[in-house]
Design a protein around this ligand. Structure first.
Ligand SMILES: [Zn+2]
Length: 409
């Protein structure tokens, strides 16, 4: 065997062990051996090296004794062995978080996007990448960290993303086509930058740290100012042929319906996302319907949520209608993917039962009979910090699987 081959195999085995400690830890050495197929002696050797490198810690917990009466010490990742940054690009703002290797958010800052030359123009990609660089520099200063303690940066953006190349192929909210966003930031910091679809980032977070752990088939749907989803099938994230899988917000449900951010008409997003809810409430106000929201200028999600809770007829009707459209779109996902679990997150989840119950009713009404009772639904409302944390986990989940992270060893 060539020396190069042995080094490669050693690296692969180290990554396999690290991946198991990350996804299953705290975990005993004998369970690592069992799950990886490596011999107990190899696992002892590899974990010894990883402890020496400072990547792994003995968690100190002693689990049940084995048959021979020996007690086992569990291993976990050393959360302070490195740090990652997650950046969530939203409609008008972006959020930056710094997390440790356990995805704990240590710092979180929210910034306005740079001002556009004129309101109708797309955002200038260069000014956005510069703003991201400045924000990350600020975050490192705040945390008193050096760049070489950073293991990677994740950036979440709406639309279709070429994950491997770090290119935003189509970002409807910014009207961007083929923008290579990752490379200038990777060049500046000299570390890997992962560009990922924002909804898929949340799905990866749910898979690694959330309710999607150990679920082989699930969909995490993000319902906010846009509508998107991330898909896990057979325990793997499904990106699709060109990175566009999960764009169920752009299923057309209403012929000649309202104009969507993607340029087409009648997409689910144009009927059920937050701007659609605002538009319909404004139409009701303009036609003279009585609502407490007539005085809320500009409309906010908080104001609509309060109005719904207080039983305002217009708010209730519009929100329930949006929920029904959403359920109709989700029924399509049920028929195509047969998920075991739906995770609903995004800003609109805070609208609560008046939005979610009509959604569930519509799923059951429209999904194929044999499938309409085959899944659970759970709601995970979270703010932009949780989203940005999800994007940081994109980096974490790739740390021990991708060649981009060779600097670890
Ligand atoms: Zn659309």
């Amino acid at each position: 065997m060539q020396k190069g081959d042995r080094t490669l195999i050693k690296k692969m085995n180290q990554r396999l062990v690290l991946r198991l400690i990350q996804s299953r830890g705290p975990i005993a050495r004998r369970d690592i051996a069992h799950m990886s197929g490596l011999s107990p002696a190899s696992v002892t050797g590899i974990t010894g090296e990883l402890i020496e490198l400072g990547l792994v810690l003995e968690a100190g917990e002693i689990e049940n004794e084995d048959r021979a009466g020996r007690r086992a010490i569990k291993l976990q990742l050393n959360p302070e062995a490195g740090y990652v940054v997650g950046v969530l690009l939203a409609m008008h703002k972006f959020t930056c978080v710094l997390t440790d290797l356990d995805a704990n958010v240590l710092y979180c800052n929210i910034h306005n996007l740079p001002v556009k030359d004129s309101p109708g123009m797309p955002y200038d990609p260069e000014s956005i990448s510069q703003a991201i660089i400045q924000a990350i520099d600020g975050l490192l200063k705040q945390a008193k960290l050096k760049t070489d303690q950073l293991m990677g940066i994740g950036i979440g953006i709406n639309g279709i993303v070429d994950y491997e190349a770090g290119i935003a192929l189509f970002a409807p909210h910014y009207n961007w086509h083929n923008v290579p966003l990752a490379s200038p930031i990777a060049e500046y910091f000299g570390i890997p930058v992962h560009l990922e679809n924002d909804a898929r980032s949340l799905t990866i977070a749910e898979q690694l740290f959330g309710v999607g752990r150990d679920v082989d088939h699930f969909v995490a749907a993000a319902i906010g100012y846009g509508i998107g989803s991330g898909i896990v099938t057979n325990g793997q994230i499904y990106r699709g042929g060109s990175g566009g899988a999960g764009e169920f917000g752009h299923i057309v449900l209403k012929k000649d319906g309202p104009l969507c951010s993607c340029g087409k008409r009648g997409c689910l997003e144009s009927l059920a996302a937050v701007p659609a809810i605002f538009r319909q409430i404004e139409e009701a106000i303009a036609s003279g319907e009585a609502t407490v929201l007539a005085n809320a200028k500009p409309l906010s999600l908080e104001a609509v949520t309060t109005a719904v809770q207080e039983g305002d007829a217009v708010a209730l009707r519009v929100v329930a209608e949006a929920g029904r459209w959403l359920g109709q779109g989700m029924a399509t996902l049920v028929n195509v993917l047969n998920p075991e679990l739906f995770i609903i997150n995004g800003e609109a989840a805070c609208l609560g039962k008046h939005f979610l119950e009509p959604m569930e009713e519509a799923i059951h009404e429209y999904a194929f009979d044999g499938l309409s009772d085959s899944f659970r639904i759970t709601t995970e409302p979270g703010g932009t910090e949780v989203w940005a944390q999800g994007i940081a986990t994109v980096v974490l989940s790739s740390l021990f699987t991708s060649d981009k992270n060779d600097r670890l060893f």
